[in-house]
Every structure is written in structure tokens, then in C-alpha cells.
Design a protein around this ligand. Structure first.
Ligand code: NAD
Length: 318
């Protein structure tokens, strides 16, 4: 199989690439290195079954050539940052919706009909039902990121109906682990490195969030694609639980051996569009035989350890 991975140099994309290469697939990775890191591809680039194409998915005309010979597309490239959406409203639309449209068109040009898509639990906005199932009430969007991903999901489903595509749409909670380069552990680590005596915290620290370890996420994606056979297959991916931001701060500080004074900005959320309670129901993926191997605490600690051993990422992601 010739598999195409967009966002191949990113946190999750590069982890997926390594797994696919180990399984013996031919992989073509696409990335524009806006947030991706060439160092994440060091292992992949040494393998004969990997081909890297440096390309911007917004380059609609150039894209079809990069997809020649592909069988399945894993579309992970995106603006993966939720928090700063209102500072640049066009970015989510371009990077997450228009880029997805361009990917679908490049697939259509090349007769590729299978797509896996990294969506997000943010599409549920502030869900009325928690834990939130895939088929809960149609969500009202509360972030530009979530809205742009929901639009991407919509386009993919419409291509399934209109052009005979088959899709696997994954709504992840926040992901943790090796190559972690954005998110709350990253932010807290960076702040504590600058000043271990105090830690500014957005909100009141009582926000409840769910997380998933990156290798468990990749396991779930591959299992679902092997076993789920509907035209549009939608899966929540997350662990069976959640923690408070304060719990996570405790684990991070313990791991770093620091005792900072916690300075809360106050309020029940970190920023406009921040969902104070994210917890996804994962019965659907679990019914296929998947179970996460790591819990949230272990994922947080793995992320801290990774950052401690790879402080270069802070410079690289500036
Ligand atoms: N990390 C999480 O907690 C999380 C949670 C839910 C969903 N997701 C989704 O998973 C996917 C991967 O996220 P990640 O955490 O690995 O993010 P990331 O920023 O590490 O990876 C995204 C990759 O896409 C590339 N990219 C972005 N725009 C591009 C473009 N126009 N053309 C080509 N390449 C482009 C970046 O350079 C980067 O390598 C994203 O779609 C994200 O929305 C991530």
C-alpha cells in the first residue's frame, strides 16, 4: 500500500509515519514545516520506503502531483492550535477547511478514495451530554478551530456520498507523549523553566479535560481503519476519564521537582472558546477491541520527560 500522510512532520503525523514504515508500507509524507520538525523525520528519512514532499496544502494546483500513486490518505496537517483562533480567524478556515478541500480534490484527481481525518473533540463545543458520544445532539460551535474541523468533516462526508469515498473521522481529545510540541504541558513547562517559583494558570485550574497518549491514538486509528467498514466511520478517541488542570499541574511539578506559587487568572475557563469540561465517550472504538495502554497521568509524565530531554523544541517552535 502506498499511504499518503499530510502533516507528516508534526507531533502525531510523524509518530504515525514511523509506525506505518515499521509495518512495511510505502509512505509519502507531505508537510510545509510550518509547525512540523524535520528532526521528527530523521528515522523515516533513512528508510527506503519513505518519500518526503515539501508542499503547502494550500497550493491547490501543485497538490495532485504529490498524490500520484496513493492508495489511502491520512490527513493530519492542520492549524492544530485551538486557543488563538480569534486572533486570526482566516487561519483555521484556510488550514483546516480549505486545505481539506484541496486534499479531497487531489484525491479525486488521482482516483484515491480512502481518507482518515484527524478531527477533534472541540467539534462538540460545550457538549450538553458528557461523556459525549459521537451521535450526540448536533453541536453548536464555540471555537474557530472546532468550526473549521466540523466543516472539514462535512466536506469529507459529502465526498463520500458524492464521489464514492470512504472515510474514518477521528475526534481526538488532547494528545500527549513523545514529540509533544504544543498544549498545556508545553506551556507550563516553558513557564516553569523561565521561573520555577511561580506558575500563571489560565482560568481557575478546575477545568476538566481528557487526554490520550500518542501511541494509543495511532493504535486506534489503524485498528478502526482495519475493522470499520461504513462509508463514513466516526470515532471519538480518548481515555475513559478526565483530570482537572490542577491535577496535571501537580504531576508536572512533581516530575520537575518544583513547588511554584499558582497564580490563577480566574474564571471557569482558560480563554474564549475553551471548553471547561471535555470528556468523550469511547464505547464505539472500544467495541472494536481497542483500549488505551496509558492513562492521563502517565501521558503527562511522558510529555514532561520528552520536553526535558528535547528542550530544542522550544527554540524550534518559537
Ligand atoms: N495534538 C492534539 O492534542 C490534537 C487534538 C485533536 C486533534 N488534533 C489534530 O491532529 C492533527 C495533528 O496535530 P499535531 O498535534 O500533530 O499538530 P502539529 O502542528 O504538530 O502537526 C501539524 C503538521 O501539519 C503541517 N502543516 C500545517 N499546515 C500545513 C499546510 N498548509 N501544508 C502542509 N503541511 C501543513 C505542520 O507543519 C505540522 O507538521 C491536526 O489535524 C490536529 O488538528 C490534534
Amino acid at each position: 500500500m502506498n499511504l499518503i500522510v499530510t502533516g507528516c512532520a508534526g507531533f502525531i503525523g510523524s509518530t504515525l509515519v514511523d509506525r506505518l514504515l515499521t509495518e512495511g508500507h510505502q509512505v509519502t509524507g507531505l508537510d510545509n514545516f510550518s509547525t512540523g520538525q524535520i528532526r521528527f523525520l530523521e528515522g523515516a528519512l533513512e528508510r527506503p520506503n519513505f518519500r518526503l514532499v515539501e508542499i503547502d496544502l494550500l497550493d491547490h494546483d501543485a497538490l495532485p502531483l504529490a498524490f500520484v500513486g496513493g492508495d489511502v490518505v491520512f490527513h493530519l496537517a492542520a492549524n492544530a492550535d485551538v486557543r488563538f483562533g480569534t486572533e486570526h480567524p482566516r487561519k483555521d478556515l484556510e488550514q483546516n477547511t480549505i486545505a481539506t478541500y484541496n486534499v479531497l480534490e487531489a484525491m479525486r484527481t488521482n482516483g484515491i478514495k480512502k481518507i482518515a481525518f484527524s478531527s477533534t473533540g472541540s467539534v462538540y463545543g460545550e457538549a450538553e451530554v458528557v461523556p459525549t458520544p459521537e451521535d450526540g445532539p448536533f453541536p453548536i460551535q464555540t471555537s474557530l478551530y472546532g468550526a473549521s474541523k466540523a466543516a472539514g468533516e462535512g466536506l469529507i462526508a459529502a465526498y463520500c456520498e458524492g464521489f464514492g469515498f470512504q472515510s474514518w473521522i477521528f475526534r481526538f481529545v488532547s494528545i500527549l507523549g513523545e514529540r509533544y510540541t504544543h498544549g498545556h504541558v508545553y506551556d507550563f513547562y516553558q513557564k516553569l523553566k523561565a521561573d520555577p517559583s511561580r506558575l500563571p494558570v489560565l482560568g481557575n485550574g478546575k477545568q476538566r479535560k481528557s487526554y490520550l497518549y500518542v501511541q494509543d491514538c495511532v493504535d486506534a486509528i489503524l485498528l478502526a481503519m482495519e475493522k470499520a467498514t461504513d462509508k463514513v466511520n466516526i470515532f471519538n478517541l480518548g481515555v475513559d476519564g478526565y483530570c482537572e488542570v490542577n491535577d496535571s499541574i501537580g504531576w508536572i511539578c512533581e516530575e520537575l521537582g518544583v513547588k511554584p506559587k499558582l497564580e490563577y487568572s480566574g474564571g471557569d475557563r482558560g480563554w474564549v472558546g475553551d471548553n471547561p469540561f471535555i470528556f468523550l465517550e469511547t464505547n464505539r472504538i472500544q467495541s472494536l477491541g481497542w483500549k488505551p495502554k496509558l492513562g492521563i497521568r502517565e501521558g503527562v509524565i511522558k510529555s514532561v520527560k520528552y520536553l526535558r530531554e528535547n528542550e530544542w523544541v522550544f527554540e524550534a517552535r518559537k
